[in-house]
Design a protein around this ligand. Structure first.
Ligand SMILES: [Zn+2]
Length: 335
């Protein structure tokens, strides 16, 4: 696929690595494994599903073809390289040790393999990436605590592990069940983010804030509560907004009903992200374009703001952050 990279560098904070698997890699691995993937891939390199349940099942079918540690290295490499081709200079991906274990790959081998792919993409394409292991909310508190323990242990030797997050069903249990896990990860120096306010309303977003997060995955339903928007803005919490995902999954009632502009006007820092790109038939570039359309105003300024917000909220060491911000400013100076 040929594409013109964005003249303003892009940066992404919210993408699930298994959900980002390119269809050609999945086809190749399924063939190797002898797995039947009939009905999974459409003619446009996207995955086929029709409602939220069939999306989750397509997601699990895609994840199930990654059965060897080296497969994850190739996945991380393919995704980061594809982002670099779009003009991205930085990427953070969620990694689910639970999904890897279900596919038969031991958590540490999984995280090390992802790191290997990330490093190769940086050498070949200059894109810097970090990983955020996540607990899966509908797997329960014990699983979340275990995922946190693995993240803390892995981060001791794997500097690309920069944060901890929680994903999965927003209606399973309470986000507060992750309180211990988040406190321990914060103590270990990991950045914190939680999916909230995509399907459930302001109370879940308040729960996420009480966990000490500096970012919220989605968070778009904060727009229903003026006081909450003011609190998010005052605390400088960044929202990882995924506009195409919101529309495709019907989390919002069509693009015109997306509250991005309202959140922006309330002083909240927004970023644009692709979530599970081949499932939602999107790319980071398309999500950035969608977000710029929603926000209006000067296009270059809006693109720069989205990237700057992402880099400022990134779970990355300070020297690397400054280097990336410098790249953005250099590109802007010549734009
Ligand atoms: Zn997500």
């Amino acid at each position: 696929m040929t594409q013109t990279p964005s003249p303003i560098p892009l940066a992404e904070l919210h993408c699930h690595i298994e959900g980002a698997a390119p269809t050609d890699l999945v086809r190749e691995l399924a063939h190797r494994n002898g797995q039947d993937i009939t009905g999974l891939i459409n003619g446009e390199n996207g995955y086929i599903w029709s409602d939220f349940d069939s999306f989750l099942s397509a997601y699990d079918r895609v994840a199930s073809v990654f059965t060897r540690a080296e497969d994850y290295s190739n996945l991380a490499y393919a995704y980061a390289s594809g982002l670099a081709a779009q003009g991205a200079i930085y990427s953070e991906t969620f990694s689910s040790t639970d999904h890897a274990e279900q596919a038969g790959v031991e958590p540490m081998a999984y995280l090390n393999a992802l790191a290997d792919g990330i490093k190769r993409a940086e050498v070949d394409h200059g894109i810097v990436s970090r990983m955020i292991p996540t607990g899966v909310r509908h797997f329960g508190t014990q699983a979340i605590n275990r995922a946190a323990d693995i993240a803390i242990e892995a981060a001791k030797t794997n500097p690309l592990i920069a944060g901890f997050g929680i994903a999965g069903s927003e209606v399973a249990g309470s986000l507060l069940d992750a309180n211990d896990a988040f406190a321990r990860c914060a103590g270990a120096g990991l950045g914190l983010t939680a999916h909230a306010g995509e399907w459930t309303g302001p109370p879940t977003i308040r729960d996420a804030i009480s966990l000490g997060v500096t970012r919220i995955g989605h968070g778009v339903r904060a727009a229903e509560d003026e006081a909450l928007m003011a609190e998010i803005a005052a605390k400088g919490i960044t929202l990882e907004v995924c506009p195409v995902s919101n529309v495709v999954l019907n989390a919002v009632d069509g693009l015109d009903a997306h509250p991005a502009k309202q959140l922006h006007n309330a002083g909240i820092k927004l970023t644009a992200n692709s979530d599970d790109p081949p499932h939602f038939h999107t790319t980071l570039a398309k999500d950035v374009e969608t977000m710029v359309h929603l926000l209006g105003g000067d296009e270059t300024a809006m693109r720069a703001m989205l990237t700057r917000n992402a880099l400022n909220a990134a779970f990355v060491d300070e020297p690397t952050r400054q280097k990336l911000l410098g790249k953005l400013e250099t590109a802007l100076a010549s734009a």
